[in-house]
Design a protein around this ligand. Structure first.
Ligand SMILES: [Zn+2]
Ligand SMILES: [Zn+2]
Ligand SMILES: [Zn+2]
Length: 330
C-alpha cells in the first residue's frame, strides 16, 4: 500500500509508501562512503591561498587568528552582477539576462570542518555573514530574491562552503510556496506555517528537535526520505533580521541536527536551503514565513518524479523523525 499525502502548502501530492517502508537502516551504509579525498595544498578556500580567489567581499576576524568566515564572489557564477536588466520576448518566450550575484561563503578556515562538529559559535558567524551580505545585496534594487544553498560534500571543493545567490526573478519553488500561503490566508486568515507549527507541536509525531525559537521536524508530505524543515516559531517573512538570541538558538539546533545525520545515517550527502520572502517593496510578502529545508541526497526515484511531477518517498516522515529523535543522551 501507498498513501497519497497532499502538502498543504504547495498542494502537491506525494506518494508515501507504507507497505515495504524503507527503514533508516536500509540506506546504510552509503556506497561509496563519502570521504574527503581532495588535496589541501591546492584548495583556494584554505588560509594562505587567499590570492587564488577573487577579492574578498566580507569576513569575520578573530583576534590573532585571521579570518574565521570569508565571503568571496563565485568564479563561475550562474548569475552575474554586471549587465542590463531587461526582459525581452523571443517569439512567445521570455528571455532575460542572468543578472544577479553569486557569492561563496567559506564557513571555516579548516579544510575538513563539518557542520556536525562545528562549534555553534562558528555556525553563528556563518549566519552573521549571510545576514550581512543579504542586508547589503538588498540595496541593489534589481535583486528581488535571495537563496542560500549548501551542498555537502561540495561538488567541486570539499572545503565547507555555501552559496548566496541574488536573483532578478522569483524561483518556482518560492513562487509555489507564496501561492499556497496566500491561498490559505484567503480561506483561513492565518499563516499556514504558523498553523503547521501548532499542528506538529500538538501531535509531536514528526518533531526531531524543539528549541526555544525553532521547530525541526519531518514535514507531513515529505518529498524525500529524511526531508527536514527548520521553522522559526515567530512569524517573520525574512531571514536576515534574525535576532541575536534566535541566531544563537539556530546555531545550536543546526549543529545538533547535522550531528544526528552524521552519526545516525553515517555521514550522508545533503543539500540545505534557506527560503525567505522576496525583497524590495513591490515583491515583499509579509505573509511569508521564512524557513530552512534540508534533504539528503539519497534514495531518489528521479525518473518517476520527472515523468509525473509526483514525488515518491519510501520512508514515512513519522519513522524518519522517530529515528532521528534518538541520541538524546549523547
Ligand atoms: Zn581548503
Ligand atoms: Zn507564520
Ligand atoms: Zn520552502
Amino acid at each position: 500500500m501507498a498513501e497519497l499525502r497532499r502538502d498543504p502548502l504547495t498542494r502537491m501530492w506525494v506518494v508515501v509508501t507504507t507497505d515495504h517502508p524503507k527503514g533508516p537502516s536500509d540506506y546504510l551504509p552509503f556506497k561509496p562512503p563519502y570521504q574527503l579525498q581532495d588535496a589541501e595544498g591546492a584548495c583556494p578556500f584554505c588560509p594562505g591561498n587567499e590570492s587564488m580567489t577573487p577579492e574578498e567581499i566580507f569576513s569575520t576576524q578573530e583576534e590573532g587568528k585571521g579570518w574565521s568566515v570569508r565571503v568571496i564572489p563565485n568564479k563561475y557564477p550562474f548569475f552575474r552582477i554586471e549587465g542590463e536588466f531587461d526582459r525581452r520576448p523571443d517569439g512567445m518566450y521570455d528571455v532575460m539576462e542572468a543578472i544577479g550575484a553569486h557569492e561563496i561563503v567559506v564557513e571555516a578556515p579548516e579544510h575538513h570542518q563539518n557542520l556536525a562538529f562545528m562549534e555553534p559559535s562558528q555556525i553563528r558567524r556563518v549566519l552573521l555573514a549571510y545576514q550581512e551580505r543579504l542586508i547589503d545585496l538588498e540595496k541593489d534594487r534589481r535583486f528581488i530574491q535571495f537563496l542560500i544553498l549548501k551542498n555537502y560534500p561540495g561538488l567541486f571543493n570539499r572545503h565547507p562552503h555555501s552559496h548566496i545567490i541574488a536573483m532578478p526573478v522569483i524561483p518556482r519553488r518560492i513562487d509555489e510556496e507564496i501561492l499556497g500561503i496566500l491561498d490559505y490566508y484567503q480561506r483561513k486568515e492565518r499563516c499556514i506555517f504558523c498553523d503547521i507549527l501548532r499542528e506538529e507541536m500538538s501531535g509531536r509525531k514528526r518533531i526531531i528537535i524543539e528549541t526555544g525559537h525553532f521547530l525541526i521536524f519531518s514535514p507531513f508530505a515529505s518529498r524525500y526520505p529524511f526531508e527536514t524543515w527548520i521553522v522559526p516559531k515567530k512569524h517573520r517573512p525574512d531571514f536576515h533580521p534574525l535576532h541575536e538570541d534566535e541566531a544563537e538558538d539556530l546555531s545550536i539546533a543546526i549543529q545538533s541536527l547535522f550531528l544526528k545525520f552524521y552519526k545516525l545515517l553515517s555521514n550522508p550527502p545533503y543539500s540545505l536551503t534557506f527560503h525567505t520572502s522576496p525583497v524590495q517593496e513591490r515583491f515583499h510578502r509579509p505573509e511569508y514565513h521564512w524557513h530552512i529545508e534540508t534533504r539528503l541526497r539519497i534514495g531518489l526515484r528521479e525518473g518517476f518524479e520527472w515523468g509525473t511531477g509526483f514525488f515518491v518517498n519510501p520512508t514515512p516522515p513519522e519513522d524518519a523523525a522517530a529515528f532521528l529523535r534518538k541520541m538524546e543522551s549523547d
